[in-house]
Design a protein. Structure first.
Length: 453
């Protein structure tokens, strides 16, 4: 596109110059015709070529190969080479012919110039394509062979001594161990026997770590603060063993309770509560919350005990008295009182075997049987009396007065009679022993005469 613009400009310039030149030629021709022609005396006028003048020269198209202002240069050259005398010497009749020839040559010149430019562009494109096709392949340089010679490693140069740099002492930072030390002292005073073993292990570990940190004194302030926090957490997580004093007292009281007067359902709950309470007492690791819960459960079970309805309630009380009477050893009591109990117990037993209970009969037999038990009199323990009688019989009677010996013998005889009484009660036996002891103590020793001395 640019080449076309350049050609167009050149053509326009050439045409303009040609038009100017032709206008001058035409003007000159008019001027020449109006001017009277000089008469030559010497023969015919010479041809301009023969007179040594040249016609305006139009450059050949083949010689115009420059890309610049070729047409303009040709016109200029033709104008310069032509002189006014040449134009004057050209006959007017030839002006029209020259004008036509000039225009023809100018058209030929323009056409040749366009063809030359087009051919030049094609040659340029063909040359570029040829260069691309004929471009030689890149050849990588080959590594020259070392000829079997091993490379020689240069000897290292000795290192220059480095001047030692004086160490810079780090800034001294004082670590505050006071909080950790105070907490360790408090931890050492804790009585671990009061706490559950499951909560002690972590506490022991943190206490050991804290003690070593205090001994080393090489930890950072952050590490010390963290250990203070960890030890405090371990202390807070200690769990006290349950205080079982109240639970143990309540359980002991419940063990003495007789449940025969209560319904079977409430008694079953009561027995279960007692069993759980005993399990907690046996567990050394029971926490306080568990102890309190079991104690509350046992107390509720006691409060919820419900008495049987009549006649079974009074029957239960009667059965208690019967059980008490059956455990009594009748041989330890006087025969008369023991007989009363035996008779009444037999009567009550027969009543119970009939399974026809009433509240009134239950209460009646209960009162009578209790009276038979209450009237029992234990046989007197005469063992001490017999021992004292043996001692008295072994004394040396020659040392005492006859009056005191006679009184002692009377008391001993009376006591011997009392000992044979099977109805002798303990109270009566105690009285006999006291009387015998007084009589023995009242023995009077004989006074020795001078002759006997």
């Amino acid at each position: 596109m640019n080449h076309k613009k350049k050609i167009s400009k050149k053509i326009i310039a050439g045409v303009s110059l040609c038009a100017i030149a032709l206008s001058g030629i035409v003007g000159y021709g008019v001027y020449h015709n109006l001017t009277p022609e000089k008469v030559e005396t010497k023969g015919t006028p010479l041809n301009p070529t023969e007179r040594g003048h040249q016609l305006p020269v139009i450059p050949d198209a083949e010689k115009s190969t420059k890309k610049g202002n070729a047409v303009t240069d040709a016109v200029k050259k033709a104008t310069q080479d032509s002189s006014l005398e040449d134009f004057k010497s050209i006959p007017y009749t030839n002006n029209q012919q020259e004008k036509t020839q000039a225009l023809t040559q100018l058209n030929n010149l323009v056409r040749q110039e366009q063809q030359s430019q087009k051919k030049q562009q094609e040659n340029n494109k063909q040359g570029e394509l040829t260069q691309l096709v004929n471009k030689p392949a890149e050849v990588k340089p080959s590594v020259p062979s070392d000829g079997g010679n091993k490379p020689v490693t240069p000897k290292p140069e000795p290192e220059k001594p480095i001047k030692p740099v004086d160490p810079i002492d780090p800034p001294v930072v004082e670590i505050d161990y006071s909080a950790l030390q105070t907490l360790v002292q408090q931890a050492q005073e804790i009585n671990l026997s009061l706490y559950l073993s499951s909560s002690i292990e972590q506490f022991k570990l943190e206490l050991v770590v804290s003690q070593r940190m205090l001994e080393d004194s090489s930890s950072s302030q952050e590490a010390v603060n963290n250990q203070v926090y960890r030890l405090q957490q371990a202390i807070n997580q200690l769990v006290l063993k349950g205080d079982k004093t109240a639970l143990q007292t309540l359980l002991m009281d419940s063990q003495g309770m007789k449940t025969d007067i209560y319904t079977d359902e409430t008694v079953a709950s009561f027995e279960e509560a007692k069993s759980q309470a005993q399990s907690v007492l046996d567990n050394a690791e029971a926490p306080q919350i568990q102890v309190d819960q079991v104690k509350q459960y046992l107390q509720q079970a006691i409060d919820n005990l419900k008495e049987k309805e009549e006649p079974y309630l009074s029957l239960a009380y009667l059965q208690r008295i019967v059980d008490q009477a059956q455990k009594i050893n009748a041989s330890e009591y006087t025969p008369s009182t023991a007989e009363v109990l035996t008779v009444k117990l037999t009567e009550v037993t027969e009543y119970l075997s009939k399974n026809e209970y009433t509240k009134e009969l239950n209460e009646k037999y209960g009162e009578e049987l209790q009276q038979a038990i209450d009237q029992l009199q234990k046989k007197g323990d005469t063992s001490k009396i017999k021992e004292l009688l043996t001692t008295i019989s072994a004394i040396d009677r020659t040392k005492y007065t006859e009056e005191s010996l006679a009184h002692l013998d009377t008391v001993c005889s009376d006591i011997q009679v009392q000992l044979s009484n099977e109805e002798l009660t303990q109270k009566e036996a105690d009285t006999l022993y006291q009387n015998l002891s007084e009589a023995f103590s009242q023995l009077e020793e004989l006074v020795a005469t001078d002759q006997e001395k």
